[in-house]
Design a protein. Structure first.
Length: 312
């Protein structure tokens, strides 16, 4: 959405600083990293984790032998140290790659009055925290065109450094690439891009059979359109300016166009068996993180996921 101003409002300040976002991001990254780690730790504390017994090569745990099991399952070396029989279980190995795309284009710098995080900051916090959770669960995480998949315990630091030193043009949507069939993709963006571009992105990413989730990260002002009187709307990426004499008269048409745009995204993503959800930055980042993580766990366990229009 374009920023709106009647003079020097916080919205306009946020948009007009987009050209210097590298310096702003460098200053805010430590806070974002700390916030991501805090949220990830809280969510991990409330989860049982993904590690479970199964076919694999890595040792997971010993458990008591159960009557009726084949005798060859017994680990005799471990059992010799106790009065009980034990079975050596291997960790279930189904690590796959999860590609995370936080939109860092100019429109994501928008933050209305009273909102702590800009769309950019919220997207990065959730991306970092989700990466931490996934790596803790044995997955590999990467950023398309920016960071190769990794299972490093320092994944947040690696991501932060990759983002900070990225000198490429900041696109709204991920670059064209063909993920493997077992890959999963999460795109966090405001999705104000033209619908043909979104369709092209979805077609490319889903062509191999990979699944994913689109999360539209929006500011509360982009939902409610709280403007009235003479307002100047500044388009942050195209540089266009539109002045409304009575902005309040635009609210109905604006909301109708936003709803229609979302319906198109929802229809296209649903057709490809992808999820589409909406997250407003006035709500909890932890809520969105739990939604994304739980959806992935349900999908991997065969429970399936529920397609919804709004998560957090």
């Amino acid at each position: 959405m374009a920023a709106a101003t009647q003079q020097a409002t916080p919205e306009t300040i946020a948009i007009r600083r987009a050209d210097g976002e590298s310096r702003t991001l460098a200053a805010s990254l430590p806070r974002l990293v700390l916030e991501a780690r805090r949220i990830a730790a809280n969510v991990i504390h409330g989860l049982h984790g993904r590690r479970r017994a199964g076919a694999g090569e890595s040792f997971w745990q010993y458990r008591r032998f159960v009557s009726g099991e084949p005798a060859q399952n017994v680990d005799w070396r471990r059992s010799a140290r106790d009065d009980h029989l034990y079975v050596r279980e291997q960790e279930w190995e189904a690590a796959h790659t999860v590609w995370l795309w936080p939109d860092r284009s100019a429109s994501m710098a928008f933050a209305s009055k009273g909102v702590r995080d800009s769309k950019l900051e919220r997207g990065l916090i959730v991306t970092f925290a989700l990466a931490e959770l996934l790596v803790a669960g044995g997955e590999r995480v990467g950023i398309p065109g920016l960071m190769a998949p990794t299972a490093s315990r320092n994944v947040i630091d690696k991501m932060a450094q990759a983002v900070l030193h990225d000198t490429a043009t900041r696109a709204s949507l991920p670059p064209a690439f063909v993920p493997t069939t077992l890959s999963e993709i999460v795109v966090l963006s405001d999705f104000w891009s033209p619908m043909p571009e979104i369709k092209t992105m979805l077609a490319g990413l889903s062509s191999s059979g990979a699944h994913g989730t689109l999360v539209q990260v929006v500011d509360p002002a982009e939902e409610s359109f709280p403007y009235s009187g003479r307002v100047e709307f500044v388009e942050p990426e195209g540089g266009g300016v539109i002045t409304a004499g009575r902005a309040e008269t635009w609210a109905h048409d604006y909301k109708a166009r936003v709803a229609a745009h979302r319906d198109e995204i929802r229809l296209e993503s649903g057709r490809l068996d992808w999820l589409f959800s909406i997250h407003t930055t006035s709500r909890s980042a932890a809520e969105l993180l739990l939604f994304l993580h739980s959806g992935m766990m349900a999908s991997k366990s065969g429970i399936g996921t529920v397609k919804v229009g709004r998560s957090a």
